[in-house]
Design a protein around this ligand. Structure first.
Ligand code: DC
Length: 222
């Protein structure tokens, strides 16, 4: 019997392992993986490149609405296109991390992305990760998860990631940046990060990626 294609949401703070886990869970189920953070990152890149004054919400909204944002699968990999250019490798920078919350806090920006996110989910068969997916984007999703981990562990994961990519990194700086982003994500007025009331919470501190995936798949099989 063919099972119904579900909508699965994974929310949580920065560095909790959402992207790795969501990609692998989607792969195991034959579902589409959508990283909603990459959409906010793409729009923030555009705003920074256009040198829009970050205090000028009207200009940010106008820029966002005039942006052609597309997520495409290229050779089995998720790629982000801004105005038809692949910008995927330009999205994980300190500059974007430092400014993304300004863009993501604007209600019209969230509304704009909400429409795109809804469209992607109409047929089910997706694993979408972010901050407000189980609460706002798909409140009626079949399965919801919330991944968390201690700030120490999340910072160490980012540090290792950057280090193995050959990039310079400072653990204390990463810790500070994650802490600040957590705070901004949890306290913004529009769609703040919080645990969806029907979500399964997984504290990934001390767990391997494999262990987290196994727990999620087990929960989905129920
Ligand atoms: O998941 P990430 O670290 O790539 O997300 C980057 C930022 O994007 C995050 O700090 C806040 C914003 N974001 C959001 O506001 N809502 C989402 N659903 C996903 C990301």
């Amino acid at each position: 019997v063919k099972k119904k294609k579900m909508i699965i949401t994974i929310d949580g703070p920065a560095g909790a392992g959402k992207t790795t886990v969501a990609r692998r869970v989607a792969g195991a189920l034959g579902y589409l993986h959508i990283d909603s953070g990459s959409m906010y990152r793409g729009l923030t890149l555009k705003v920074l490149r256009e040198q829009i004054n970050l205090n000028d919400q009207k200009s940010i909204i106008k820029t966002v609405r005039g942006t052609n944002l597309a997520l495409k699968q290229v050779k089995g990999e998720n790629r982000v296109f801004i105005d038809n250019k692949d910008v995927t490798d330009k999205l994980r920078t300190a500059d974007i991390n430092a400014n993304i919350n300004t863009v993501a806090a604007i209600p019209q920006v969230r509304q704009y992305l909400l429409k795109i996110q809804h469209k992607l989910g109409t047929k089910g068969g997706i694993v979408m990760e972010g901050r407000d997916i189980g609460t706002v984007v798909f409140p009626r999703a079949e399965k919801k998860f919330y991944l968390d981990a201690s700030i120490k562990e999340r910072a160490e994961r980012r540090f290792k990631e950057l280090h193995s990519a050959g990039k310079r990194a400072n653990l204390d700086e990463i810790k500070r940046s994650i802490h600040l982003r957590d705070k901004k994500d949890k306290t913004r007025d529009t769609h703040p990060l919080c645990i969806p009331k029907d979500a399964k919470v997984i504290d990934t501190t001390g767990l391997s990626v494999e262990q987290v995936i196994a727990r999620i798949l087990e929960e989905i099989e129920k």
